[in-house]
Ligand binder design. Sequence first.
Ligand code: BES
Ligand code: ZN
Ligand code: ZN
Length: 510
Amino acid sequence: MKVVLKTGDCSSLRLKTLVLFTTTLDPKKKVSILGCDERSLKLIGQALNEKAFSGKAKETIFFRSAETMGADHLLVVGLGDSKSLNHEGTRVAAATALNTLRSSKVVSAGLNLDSLIKGRKDASDLLRGLVEGLCLANYEFEEHKFASKDADKMDQKIQDLVLFSSSALTKSLKEVFEQAQILADFTNFSRWLGDHSGNTMTPTMLANQVIEKAKGTGLKVTVWDKKRIEKERFGGLMTVSRGSAEEPRFIVMEFMNAGKTKKPVCLVGKGLTFDSGGISIKPSAGMDEMKYDMCGGASVISAMLALARSKAKVNVIGLVPATENMPGAAAVKPGDIMTARNGKTVEVLNTDAEGRLILSDALVYASEKKPQAVFSVATLTGAIVVALGNSYTGVFTRDSKTMSRIQNAADHAGEWVWPMPLSDHHVNDIKGYHADLANISSFKGGGSSTAAAFLEQFVEGGLPYAHFDIAGTAWNVSNRLPYAPKKGASGVLVRTLVELTKKYFTTAGR
Ligand code: BES
Ligand code: ZN
Ligand code: ZN
């Protein structure tokens, strides 16, 4: 799908389909929508009288063969109440428009932006949401379906969208347009990595995808193989990978665009390409979903690529330990003891609590980079799904400044986060009996907090550190968001990580 931004009026653009956005209409007043001619106002007015359309959020009305303002068809999309309209409102409205165009078999359209940007102080926020909503809603994962190669089906995909306004578009709006596309494209890339099955996205394939995608972006990628991982004393990653026929990989991404003296930010993501549970094997129902266990890694990879593509003035290092967790003959057994890169020993009491083991070495390595801050992202615990469900990502940090930065970044990005407890009580619960640490708590409950406390043992003391548990948010459950697939990887946190890094860790800051 090609999306362009233009200054112009509708009739000169000769559109097949025109899309108009309107806030809620008052049935007692004459309809007025920026960019409408008399004919379209009459059509919409009639629909309003007949209670078929009133401009509420997610409402649409499609007039086929409306023959108005030089376009054949007219689609009108509701934005809801004008005062409460924000970037999430336009994200939802844009996705609603795209989904309606698709189901109406329309392959090209022009979207009139006047009602969103003319005279509105929040124009750039509304445009950002709109562009993201369009590009995110266009994502489909169909490459393994034979029918998707059908020529007719290809013809029905949306090809071209023209976003236009009758007033001149400022440089900053044009930049917002570019940046929103980059963010949505890399969120879609994260979804694409997550939607792949275990056999089509092994650790080696994941690393190769990163190398391929980074070409020409300025992102430096180094991939460690099994030999190097062992040599670097990554005991956690080695331990988890032992039960699998697939070799592990450690993916290192560096984007140093803020000068040599600026300390980097480290983003660490869990790249578990398939989690069977190992010897502590998972039940078979729903085990297929564990192909998503690399979504933390996918979001770190995609955020790194988005930062590089947008030439952000940041120094940032992305680290993704990648492996399968399988119960092969050489697999780690409950009770086995391993040693992480920093020398701490761990009793592996449950081989299904493997995410924390592979992240341990990566967090030690991150700390060695003397960073400004460390963030980890992982589908770490089933317990976070119980606690927060599928909309809110759990955030664990002891640093209130870091928490408020994360909250601001997520609000801006249009994602949902919630602060979770992390304290010495939780550290106490993961003390080992025959080793320094145990990889599961000795007590029932609080499983997400004890997991976060385990990770914290590998981050150098004093460094600002936050951990995101995305087990509940990394894939979509049902159709809550019109810009996300009903089922499949969500690409969660790509937008928040980019905003967090850019807003708080650039050379100039903001
Ligand atoms: N990958 C899972 C966590 C998970 C669960 C992700 C549900 C997505 C949805 C993780 O490796 C795991 O299995 N964690 C265990 C930890 C337990 C053994 C302490 C869990 O949450 O059950
Ligand atoms: Zn597991
Ligand atoms: Zn896992």
